[in-house]
Design a protein around this ligand. Structure first.
Ligand code: ADP
Length: 402
């Protein structure tokens, strides 16, 4: 694919993904990606990693504490990089990744005060992400007061789930007040679906399951390009085990922790979000590369559990979607771990998967055999590109308004 080259009328768009101590950013002119970078260690020992796409030049250097003592200070850095790489350009729109859009947002929106206040209500539902996403928005409004601010939600792609996949079996008033199965990683699933639509339209319109396996991990059942089921629910804790999150858990365990162990809500939140998953099981690390390199039985068992749960959910997602035509692996683990992919796919001939170990080991994008009923693909996700597309569209519409 040839890289898009921007013209002077293409809007300059900054994509922001703000975390608690990090900001990932991308600068685009139209469809051309100018700079990609991240600042880590905000407020402590900050560090900048960035790449200028046209020249290929990379930076990896410590920042002074003053340069990045908070989100707002840190936003001077992408601005400076823009001045250096594309003099004369100013940021016209900022596209924000926002993890939770609740019931109301099935599409990206142009932000205003009322919407921001509404989004704050979801902080308790995604404590690892939502408050920091919103801090990034406030900082960007200060730093780029003239730019259009757009929120793109991880929940939006799932908002049209059939009711049975949207609810819990609780008294109905809970559903009405928003206790629902939202699903997350929607920007990744949307990107994969759109990419398939362009390159392999049959796969995009068929029965598709996508496994997004990164530090956060979930799976999505997609039919005719629409999400109809997700392993994640009300919060991003449910479903598959993750780097530090537990995944599916009997709610009775939470009651036991409260009543028998005397854990507070904060203690339980810390346990389930930060000390469980691969980290909790291995006692070693949340990071799949480290677990694969380790020979401790606990690291092996953590991977065993991860693989087991993916296979279990694959069966469930295939049932939701009414069979399976295409399985896609994506996310840091899905894109890179030949071992996890091989272990998930082995012995799944009953589901129509004939795995090609040679293609998988060679890093090819098609890792099933030519006569496999189910195509198994490895695809690189690009949530930032999805946010850029949405932001550019809303920027175009805003510009077209009288
Ligand atoms: P996030 O959800 O934070 O965006 P990523 O999608 O970047 O996370 O995925 C991070 C995970 O991908 C980590 O567990 C990391 O170890 C894993 N990963 C990255 N490269 C490899 C690799 N070559 N082999 C195995 N796992 C990998």
């Amino acid at each position: 694919m040839t890289a898009a080259v921007s013209g002077k009328d293409d809007p300059t768009i900054l994509i922001l993904n703000a975390g608690s101590s990090s900001i990932k950013f991308d600068l685009y002119a139209g469809e051309e990606e100018l700079v990609r970078g991240q600042i880590e260690g905000l407020g402590a020992t900050p560090r900048l990693q960035a790449k200028v796409l046209r020249s290929g030049l990379s930076t990896d250097r410590p920042l002074s504490a003053d340069e990045a003592h908070d989100h707002q200070a840190a936003l001077a850095i992408p601005l400076k990089l823009l001045e250096e790489t594309a003099p004369g350009r100013t940021v016209q729109a900022v596209g924000h990744r926002v993890v939770h859009g609740g019931v109301d947002y099935a599409e990206p929106v142009v932000l205003d005060d009322a919407i921001l206040a509404h989004l704050k209500r979801f902080n308790p539902l995604a404590p690892l992400h939502q408050p920091h996403n919103l801090a990034g928005i406030l900082a960007a409004r200060q730093a780029f007061p003239d730019a259009l601010q757009v929120a793109c939600f991880d929940t939006a792609f799932h908002r049209r789930h059939p009711w049975v996949n949207d609810t819990f079996a609780l008294p109905r008033e809970f559903y009405d007040e928003g206790v629902r199965r939202y699903g997350f990683h929607g920007l990744s699933y949307e990107y994969i679906t759109e990419t398939l639509r362009e390159r392999m339209p049959e796969a995009a319109s068929g029965r598709l399951v996508v496994a997004h396996l990164g530090n956060g991990a979930s799976m999505c059942a997609i039919r005719e390009g629409r999400s109809i089921g997700s392993t994640m629910g009300f919060t991003a804790l449910d479903g598959l085990p993750m780097g530090t999150r537990c995944g599916q858990l009997d709610p009775g365990v939470v009651l036991y922790l409260m009543t028998e162990k005397g854990l507070s809500a904060n203690d339980i939140s810390d346990l389930l979000y930060k000390r469980s998953g691969l980290r909790g099981l291995s006692g070693l690390s949340h990071d799949m590369r480290e677990l694969e390199a380790s020979d401790t039985p606990e690291a092996r068992q953590a991977i065993d559990y991860f693989v087991f749960r993916i296979r279990r959910e694959l069966g469930a997602m295939a049932a939701v979607v009414g069979g399976l035509d295409t399985l896609v692996f994506t996310g840091g683990i899905g894109e890179n771990s030949t071992t996890v992919r091989a272990r998930v796919c082995e012995g799944l001939e009953w589901l129509g998967i004939r795995f090609d170990a040679g293609r998988n080991a060679a890093g090819e994008s098609l890792i099933s055999t030519n006569n496999s009923k189910v195509q198994v693909l490895v695809m690189r996700t690009n949530e930032e590109a999805m946010i850029r597309r949405h932001t550019a569209r809303l920027f175009g519409q805003a510009g077209a308004r009288p």
